[in-house]
Design a protein around this ligand. Structure first.
Ligand code: PEP
Ligand code: MG
Length: 577
C-alpha cells in the first residue's frame, strides 16, 4: 500500500480497480521512399479517416457533454485542415523523401514544441490538441487501433499521463469511477471534464502511471487530493464509510434545492453560480442556484481558434439567459491578460502581467473586440435578465469610459434596428484596492458591485494568488480584506437601488458565510457545488446574530483570530460546517 498526493480536480471518492491507459508506443520508419505520390495519397486518406472519426466523437461529445465540449473537436478538425501542417507534411515527403508516417511525426512534433515551449497554460493546452490530432493521423496511417475506452466491462479508475479531450469524450461514463493522472491542473481539460461529469479526480501525481499497474486496487480521494494504491481491507472499509457519508451529505443538502436562502429571522439573500461556459448551467440549476453571478466569458475566447464573432457570442450568452428565465445572469466582459492569453491576439511581453494590460485595460486598447462583445451581450439581453460587469476597474474614470463605449454600441444597434436590452444593468467587479477605497464614488455610476476577493486579496496583500511561497499572506480573513469588503458594502448601502454581490472564492467559503451575511452582502456567487452548504448555513442563523458576529470579527487583529471567532460562534449556535 502507498499513498500519493496530487491536485484536487473534482470532488468525491472513488474505489475501483486501476486501468492504466497508455498510448501505444509507435515505431516510425525513417527510410526514404521513392513512391512520393503513394505516400502523399496515404497521408490524405489518413486525414480523411481522422475527419470521419472526429465527426463521430463530436456528435457523441455534444449529446453526452454538451455543445461546448463538442467544440473542442471542431478545433481538432481545424488542425487537420491547417494548410501549414498539410504543406509541411507534403514538403517532407516531396523534398526529403520521407514516408507519410515519419513526415507527420516530425511536422506535428515541430508544431507541438512551438506551442509547448510557451509557458502559458492556454498554449500548453493547444499543444496537447496538436499532439492528440497528430497521434490520430499517425495511427490511421499505420493502421493502429487505439485502446477503446468506450467499451469497458468493469468499473475502473483511469490512470493516465494525461487524458486528451478525445479520450474523455469517448469513454464509457458509466464504468469510469475516477481519474488519476501524472500531469494536469485545476483548469486543464481533464479537470474541467471530470467536474462536469462529476467524476472524482486527482491530477498532477507526477509518476502514477509508473507506480500503478492495471488491476491494482485504487482509492481516489477527490476531497483531499490523495490517491491510495493497493489499500488494505480496513482502509477500503473506512473509505467506503467516507463515501457513504459524503453522498449522505449531498443528499441531505438536496432537499434545500428549491428553498430560499433566508435566515431564521427572514432576511433573504441571493445564491447564484459562477460559470465558465454555458454547459456549467446544469450544475447551477441542479444545486439550486437561482442565476449566474459571474459568467467568465474568457473561456469562450480561449476555446475558440479565432476571435469569436458577435453572433457566436450572442448565441452562447442567450443560452445561459434562457436557462434562468427568472434569475439574473451577470456576464463579465473579457478578462484576458495576466496569466491568460489568446493565440490570435498578439500581446507584448510584460514585466508584471498581473499589473499590466489585463481585462478592461486591454479592452480599451482593443476597442473593436470590446464593442463586439458588448453588442453581443446587449442583443442577448432581450432573452432574459442580463447584467454587464466590467472586470479590473481601478477608478471611476474607467467606469465612465466603459459606459461611453457601451452607449456607442447601443446607438449602433438602434441605428441598425437590431433589438437589444435598453435597460441592461451595468456593474463592476471590485477587485482592486483603489476601486474598493473609492467605491462610494464609483457607486454613483453603476447598478451593482461584485467583490472579486481572489484578486482583491492578491492586490491588497501584494501576494501572487498562484505563488505557493507567499500563500500564507493570501488570506481573505485578514482584517485588511474584511475592512475593504465592509467599506464596499457600506458604499453600496448608501446608494439607493445598488446591490452588492461577491463572486470571489470567499463567497463559497462556509467559514466566511456568516461574516458576509452579517456585513450585509446581498448576493453570493460561487462554484455550483458550494451552493447547498452555504444555503444551509444561512438558513441556520438569525441575521441579527450574524451582524453581531461580523461586528466582533471586524474588531479582531488577525485572520486566524477571525476564523477562530467564527468557528466558536458557529459551535455555540450549533451550526455545522
Ligand atoms: C476574483 O478576482 O475574485 C474573480 C472572481 O475573478 P477571477 O478569479 O476570474 O480573476
Ligand atoms: Mg479577478
Amino acid at each position: 500500500m502507498f499513498i500519493k498526493e496530487g491536485i484536487i480536480a473534482s470532488p468525491g471518492i472513488a474505489i475501483a480497480k486501476a486501468l492504466v491507459y497508455e498510448k501505444v508506443a509507435v515505431e516510425v520508419n525513417k527510410d526514404k521512399t521513392e513512391d512520393r505520390l503513394g505516400e502523399i495519397k496515404k497521408f490524405h486518406q489518413a486525414l480523411e479517416q481522422s475527419q470521419t472519426q472526429l465527426k463521430k466523437i463530436k456528435i457523441k461529445a455534444i449529446s453526452e457533454l454538451g455543445e461546448e465540449e463538442g467544440a473542442i473537436f471542431e478545433a481538432h478538425a481545424m488542425v487537420l485542415e491547417d494548410p501549414e501542417l498539410i504543406e509541411g507534411v507534403e514538403t517532407e515527403i516531396n523534398d526529403n523523401q520521407f514516408g507519410a508516417a515519419y513526415a507527420v511525426k516530425i511536422v506535428t512534433d515541430r508544431f507541438f514544441k512551438i506551442f509547448d515551449q510557451m509557458d502559458d497554460p492556454y498554449f500548453s493546452a493547444r499543444a496537447a490538441d496538436i499532439r492528440d490530432v497528430g497521434t490520430r493521423v499517425l495511427y490511421n496511417i499505420l493502421g493502429i487501433v487505439q485502446a477503446d475506452l468506450s467499451k469497458l466491462d468493469d468499473d475502473v479508475i483511469i490512470i493516465a499521463d494525461d487524458l486528451t479531450p478525445s479520450d474523455t469524450a469517448q469513454m464509457d461514463k458509466k464504468r469510469v469511477m475516477g481519474f488519476a493522472t501524472n500531469i494536469g491542473s485545476r483548469t486543464s481539460h481533464t479537470a474541467i471534464m471530470a467536474r462536469s461529469l462529476e467524476i472524482p479526480a486527482v491530477l498532477g501525481l507526477t509518476d502514477i502511471t509508473e507506480t500503478v499497474h492495471t488491476g491494482d486496487m485504487i482509492i481516489v480521494d477527490g476531497l483531499k487530493g490523495v490517491v491510495t494504491v493497493n489499500p488494505d481491507d480496513d482502509q477500503i472499509k473506512s473509505y467506503e464509510e467516507k463515501r457513504r457519508a459524503y453522498h449522505a451529505t449531498l443528499k441531505e443538502l438536496e432537499v434545500l434545492k428549491d428553498l430560499d436562502a433566508v435566515t431564521l429571522d427572514g432576511h433573504k439573500v441571493e445564491l447564484v453560480g459562477n460559470i465558465g461556459e454555458p454547459n456549467d448551467v446544469g450544475g447551477v440549476l441542479k444545486n439550486g442556484g437561482m442565476g449566474v453571478g459571474l459568467y467568465r466569458t474568457e473561456f469562450l475566447y480561449m476555446n475558440s481558434a479565432t476571435l469569436p464573432g458577435e453572433d457566436k457570442q450572442m448565441a452562447a450568452y442567450r443560452s445561459v439567459l434562457e436557462a434562468f428565465p427568472n434569475g439574473p445572469v451577470v456576464i463579465r466582459t473579457l478578462d484576458i491578460g495576466g496569466d491568460k492569453k489568446l493565440p490570435y491576439l498578439p500581446m507584448d511581453e510584460e514585466l508584471n502581467p498581473f499589473l499590466g494590460l489585463r481585462a478592461i485595460r486591454l479592452c480599451f486598447k482593443e476597442v473593436d473586440l470590446f464593442k463586439t462583445q458588448l453588442r453581443a451581450i446587449l442583443r442577448a439581453g432581450v432573452y432574459g435578465h442580463a447584467y454587464i460587469m466590467f472586470p479590473m476597474v481601478s477608478s471611476v474614470t474607467e467606469v465612465r469610459q466603459a459606459k461611453v463605449i457601451l452607449s456607442e454600441c447601443m446607438r449602433e444597434l438602434e441605428e441598425a434596428n437590431i433589438p437589444y436590452d435598453k435597460d441592461i444593468k451595468v456593474g463592476v467587479m471590485i477587485e482592486i484596492p483603489s476601486a474598493a477605497i473609492t467605491s462610494d464614488i464609483i457607486a454613483k455610476e453603476v447598478d451593482f458591485f461584485s467583490i472579486g476577493t481572489n484578486d482583491l486579496c492578491q492586490y491588497t496583500m501584494a501576494a501572487d494568488r498562484m505563488n505557493q511561497e507567499v500563500s500564507y499572506l493570501y488570506d481573505p480573513f485578514n482584517p485588511a480584506i474584511l475592512r475593504l469588503v465592509k467599506q464596499v458594502i457600506m458604499a453600496a448601502n448608501n446608494q439607493p437601488g445598488l446591490f452588492t454581490g461577491m463572486c470571489g472564492e470567499m463567497a463559497g467559503d462556509p467559514t466566511a458565510a456568516i461574516i458576509l451575511l452579517g456585513l450585509g452582502l446581498d448576493e453570493f456567487s460561487m462554484s455550483a457545488l458550494c451552493i447547498p452548504q452555504i444555503k444551509k448555513i444561512i438558513r441556520s442563523i438569525r441575521y441579527e446574530d450574524a451582524k453581531v458576529i461580523a461586528h466582533e470579527a471586524l474588531n479582531l487583529e488577525t485572520g486566524e483570530a477571525v476564523v477562530d471567532h467564527v468557528l466558536t460562534s458557529m459551535k455555540k449556535l450549533k451550526i455545522k460546517i
